[in-house]
Design a protein around this ligand. Structure first.
Ligand code: SF4
Ligand code: SF4
Length: 314
């Protein structure tokens, strides 16, 4: 059976249904302005007329991954794009996605939700946006066309299935990818191109299996959006498990009113001790201070506009 992809995320409809955009933080607004008014203008560029040749797809993948790290990504992987990775109604003609991720700083999630955690989410959207823009410009300078899938959304590709196939980790109960080394506190974007490249594989590090025993994110989710059990009707993850179906109709209104919430990410037990030092040696708490507000009522968009990930089975 052909896998179904969801419609693009309807940000404006969600915000309107949730009572409008209530998060107003000067630093966030300034970063969003830079993303939409500066970065978006730098998505395209000239492709050099002469192509650099690679000795093999493996060499191409190695060289490109090294550049992605040099340009500021903390993780990089490559996968082939399937129709189910593309939002319904969008078209992607390129064959491969170079998926990149960048860590968010644990020290900004010491209290969640907070002004600091909200700024950090958008800071990384901007910063990883710079990283994909630089990578795309460099690929064009080698004579190959490519396109950017910006981490902030409004993209053609679904970041989560791409990240899973590119080997970033496993799908956690909270609906985000958990990387075996970096944990769940990171953002993703990608550059798509048809350069023949060696691809990566999904990983099985026992994380999804651990989620069946741990319920920390479910217990601390103030909107009760994270489920108790896996749902057979929600499709499979990349390991063939039934997925946990996070209720976006409960999460989004909370997230929209309380600084993008994010509680489920820093409470995840996969934030290693390494993470607690913030990867940069900062002394931080092992567990964040959590502020729980009463959840607003759920908001459900019409079925055709709801955002559900497709089946991810291999
Ligand atoms: S962002 Fe907040 S409301 Fe949404 S699932 Fe995570 S903890 Fe729950
Ligand atoms: S908090 Fe526990 S159950 Fe939730 S995603 Fe992390 S490991 Fe899985």
């Amino acid at each position: 059976m052909e896998k179904q992809s969801p419609p693009p995320f309807q940000w404006d409809d969600w915000y309107a249904a949730a009572g409008g955009r209530t998060i107003s933080i000067d630093e966030v607004n300034a970063l969003l302005k830079k993303i939409y008014e500066d970065q978006y203008l730098r998505f395209d560029g000239e492709v050099a007329p002469v192509k650099r040749t690679f000795s093999s797809p493996a060499e191409a993948a190695k060289v490109i991954k090294e550049k992605a790290i040099e340009f500021g990504s903390d993780m990089v992987g490559i996968c082939e794009i399937e129709p189910s990775d593309v939002y319904r109604g969008k078209t992607v003609t390129e064959k491969f996605a170079i998926a990149v991720g960048q860590n968010m700083r644990w020290r900004e999630f010491q209290v969640v939700p907070s002004r600091e955690s909200a700024i950090e989410c958008v800071r990384v959207y901007y910063s990883l946006g710079e990283s994909v823009i630089k990578l795309a410009a460099w690929i064009r300078s080698l004579g190959y066309p490519c396109r950017i899938e910006h981490p902030i959304g409004d993209s053609d590709l679904l970041h989560i299935p791409i990240g899973l196939k590119a080997g970033f980790g496993e799908l956690g109960r909270h609906g985000s990818i958990i990387h075996p080394k970096h944990g769940p506190l990171f953002r993703m974007g990608s550059v798509v191109t048809s350069i023949p490249m060696q691809t990566d594989h999904p990983v099985d590090a026992g994380i999804a299996a651990f989620c069946d025993k741990c319920k920390a994110c479910r217990i601390y989710c103030p909107a009760k959006a994270i489920p108790d059990h896996r749902s057979p009707e929600a499709g499979k993850d990349h390991l063939g498990n039934d997925r946990y179906l996070v209720d976006t109709g409960k999460c989004f209104p909370y997230f929209a009113k309380h600084n993008y919430c994010s509680i489920c990410l820093p409470v995840c037990v996969y934030n290693h001790k390494e993470w607690a030092r913030d990867f940069e040696g900062f002394k931080t708490k092992l567990f964040p201070e959590i502020i729980m507000h009463d959840p607003p009522g759920p908001v459900d968009l019409p079925e055709e506009k709801r955002h559900k990930y497709p089946k991810l089975s291999r």
